[in-house]
Write a protein that binds this ligand. Structure first.
Ligand code: HEC
Length: 143
């Protein structure tokens, strides 16, 4: 369980303050609200329940969000306030690959939860968290 909590801390560690985008409108508002809502709800519910069925369900939710990420970043959707960097559109295939990676890693998390093995669940939590920070490092304004 300690490993699991450590992994959770990493996932939570990528959750920044929410208030910065209160003034955002349109698609920037939609994507930041959806992202932080889905991701936070996921983290909280995993922490609160800690049962395999809910982890599986939440992993599925992350996967749905991951699949939508490319649609939330149409060209030119960089009106302030946003933390989206121009690199997203300059290296679009790389950005898409990172969203696809999140889809794969969250699918693996669901599979790990289905297997019930705490070690692989913890490892997969970490992999998901690293995928979040991997994309943020390249494509999101440093906070
Ligand atoms: C493919 C790239 C990518 C992946 C993968 C990704 N993000 Fe993001 N995320 C972004 C970008 C870009 C922004 C900035 C969007 C903006 O400000 O318009 C962002 C913003 C956010 C925000 C901020 C919302 C706000 O109101 O400021 C949260 C929270 C977030 N991501 C959580 C996560 C978590 C947790 C994961 C992993 C489960 C994740 N993201 C995976 C690219 C990604």
């Amino acid at each position: 369980m300690r490993i699991l909590l450590l992994a959770l801390a990493i996932v939570f560690g990528v959750l920044p303050r929410v208030s910065a985008h209160e003034a955002a409108t349109g698609i920037v508002k939609e994507r930041t609200a959806s992202m932080s809502h889905a991701m936070k709800a996921t983290g909280k519910s995993i922490e609160a329940n800690r049962n395999l069925a809910s982890i599986q369900e939440e992993a599925g939710r992350i996967r749905e969000v991951a699949a939508r990420i490319p649609h939330w970043f149409p060209p030119g959707s960089d009106a302030k306030p946003t933390d989206a960097l121009p690199a997203i559109w300059q290296r679009w295939s790389d950005f898409q690959a990172k969203a696809a990676q999140l889809e794969r890693e969250s699918a693996k998390l669901a599979a790990a939860a289905a297997s019930g093995d705490p070690k692989s669940i913890a490892a997969q939590f970490r992999a998901v968290g690293e995928t979040c920070s991997g994309c943020h490092a390249d494509f999101r304004q440093k906070q």
